[in-house]
Each structure stands twice: as C-alpha cells, then as structure tokens.
Design a protein around this ligand. Structure first.
Ligand code: NAP
Length: 302
C-alpha cells in the first residue's frame, strides 16, 4: 500500500510529488495521457517567477526530473476505471490492477472548452490560443480576436489590449455574461471593439491564422475579419471523470476545496485547475501541489 496516490501528472500533480517525496512518503503517480498537463503546449512561459523565459516542454521536463526521476517514483499510465476514496484505505483501478493508498491527491486538471469550428485544431499554436497571459505577448502590435463573453474573455481582451493594436471581442449574444465592472473597464478601452450576436464559423489562414469567417446570428450575414490571432475564452471543463460521485463539486463541476486543498473526504485532497479557485495559472497549480502534499503529510502523521 502507498502512502499517497497522486492522480494527474501536470504541474500540480508533479509539484505534489516533489513535496511528498521530499517528505519521505511512498508515492505512486497515475496519469492517463502524457505527463506535463496543459502547459506542455505553451511555446514560451514568461510569467513563472524567477524563470524569465522557458518553454512549456522544458518546464515540464525539469519538473519531472526533479519530482519523479530523482526519487524513482513509480508512474502508472492509463485510465482510471474504478476508485474508492471513502474510508481509511483508498483505491484506484487502472487496467484491472487495484492500487491502494492511505491518501489521495486529485490533480487531474481542466480543459479549455473548444469552439468546435473549422480551423480550430489546425491552427492551435499557430494563431489559436486558449491563454492570453501565456501567449498574448507574441501578438504585440498585431490584431487579434477574443471569443467569449464571460469574465475570462473580458479580462483577456484587456490584457491583450495592452500588447495589441486592435482587439475584437466577439460574443454570441448581445450582452456579456461578465460582471459590470469588467464590462465597463473593457469597453472603455479604445482598441477593444465588441462584436455582438456573432459566432465564428471558421478560422482561416495558410501556415498561420489570417482571418475569421463570422456569422451574424440575427440577420445570418457572413463576413471575413482579418486577424493575426484568436483567443478562445469560452470557459473550462474540469477533468473530474466520475470523482463527483464521492467528492463534492460546485455547479461548474470543480472539486470543492479551500486554499488548504482539503475535500469533503478525509485524506483526499485536490490541487490545481480542477479545484474551485479564482486564478488558474501555472504558479497557482504549483502552489496547490505543495499545499496538498503538506496537508497529506499532516493527515498521515495524525
Ligand atoms: P464563463 O463564465 O462560463 O463564460 C463563458 C462565455 O463563453 C459565456 O459568455 C458564453 O456565452 C460563451 N460561450 C460558451 N460556449 C460558447 C460557444 N460554444 N461559442 C461561443 N461562446 C460560447 O467562463 P469564464 O469566463 O472562463 O469564467 C469561468 C468562471 O470563472 C466564472 O464563474 C467566472 O466568473 C470566473 N472568473 C472570475 C474571474 C475574476 O476575476 N473574478 C476571472 C475569470 C473568470 P453565454 O454568455 O451566451 O453563455
């Protein structure tokens, strides 16, 4: 039996492994895809303290070596088909093998919702981004579009307006969902141009994005809007699988825990983007990893 099983090998999960290993716990990591999480796809990270510039790939590689390779931590790759988090002895099943532990950290992350329009997959990383704070600086002086009408879209538009010549803010309705304060401050900016009642039909270009095909939903007219980049900010979907059967979630499906990362279940912690929180960034995922591991150590020592 392990002391701790960490589900998810993104920044939160790997940081949890680093802290748990350094505390001397017997740790197992379970990851369903490739280790590293969302950040692997980010070409350049410029907002992680003390690392002026690092690629997402190098960041993850370093973290993996520091947290996993150095401690020879076992990693099981595969889908979780069953689990039980209640009681003292917790278990997860992967490929018909049952792994047991005294504590669990859920660090399975969240995925950006996809628009599902033509060109979105093709131009990912070539003008299509889901993270303004990660990629906005690459569009300095250019024209971009932000898709969405929530707080993230409005904040992204303001962030991008600091770098870009022009920011189109394209929303499918005639009213933004974001808070009034966000809307007022965004619309005050001269280089943010709202486009209401409009959906993106296609993201177009050759090697890089050059334009969007838009459809006005009231009169069904189609237009081509030249842009250099498009930031899709239509919300997130937490990767919680069936965990909500045992762990409490909010209305958006995020696992409920405060800054101490404790869920409603004894010995079960949640770290990173899949936790209810305000700011989903690399640095807050790492912070959750550290906190959840420390809380697991405290729990195991009681
Ligand atoms: P959100 O509030 O769920 O808003 C998503 C937006 O995208 C909505 O305007 C929605 O349109 C639009 N949308 C959804 N699917 C779409 C589709 N397929 N095509 C076109 N548009 C689509 O997501 P969020 O902005 O990421 O915010 C998530 C949560 O974090 C919210 O609770 C938000 O308040 C919170 N947040 C808080 C802060 C803060 O500083 N307090 C900052 C960022 C986020 P409709 O409006 O028509 O549904």
């Amino acid at each position: 039996m392990y002391d701790l099983i960490i589900l998810g090998a993104g920044t939160a999960g790997l940081t949890a492994a680093l802290y748990a290993n350094r505390a001397g716990l017997k740790v197992l990591i379970v990851e369903k895809g490739v280790y590293g999480g969302q950040i692997v796809n980010t070409p350049l990270i410029e907002n992680y303290p003390a690392l002026k510039e690092v690629s997402g790939f190098d960041f993850v590689q370093n973290l993996y070596e520091q947290a996993v390779t150095k401690f020879e931590t076992p990693v099981v790759m595969g889908e979780i088909t069953d689990f039980s988090f209640t009681g003292i002895k917790k278990s997860v099943t992967v490929d018909q093998t049952v792994y047991t532990a005294r504590s669990i950290i859920l660090a399975t992350g969240a995925e950006h919702r996809k628009l599902g329009c033509a060109g979105e997959e093709k131009f990912k990383g070539k003008g299509v981004s889901y993270c303004a704070t990660c990629d906005g600086a690459f569009f300095r002086g250019r024209t971009v579009a932000v898709i969405g009408g929530g707080n993230t879209a409005l904040q992204d538009a303001k962030y991008l307006a600091n770098h870009c010549q022009k920011v189109y803010l394209i929303h499918r309705r005639d009213k933004f969902r974001a808070t009034k304060v966000e809307i007022d401050s965004a619309l005050k900016r001269e280089n943010i141009i709202p486009i209401y009642d409009t959906v993106v039909e296609e993201i177009m270009g050759e090697n890089m994005v050059t334009s969007l095909k838009l459809r006005q939903i009231k009169d069904q007219t189609e237009t081509i809007l030249p842009v250099n980049g498009v930031f899709i900010a239509i919300g997130l979907n937490p990767n919680n699988g069936d965990f909500s059967k045992e762990v409490e979630t909010d209305e958006g499906g995020y696992l409920i825990a405060g800054e101490d990362c404790k869920t409603n279940l004894e010995g079960v912690f949640v770290a990173g983007d899949t936790r209810t929180k305000r700011v989903r960034q690399l640095v807050t995922a790492a912070a959750d990893g550290a906190v959840s591991a420390e809380m697991a150590v405290e729990y195991l020592n009681c």
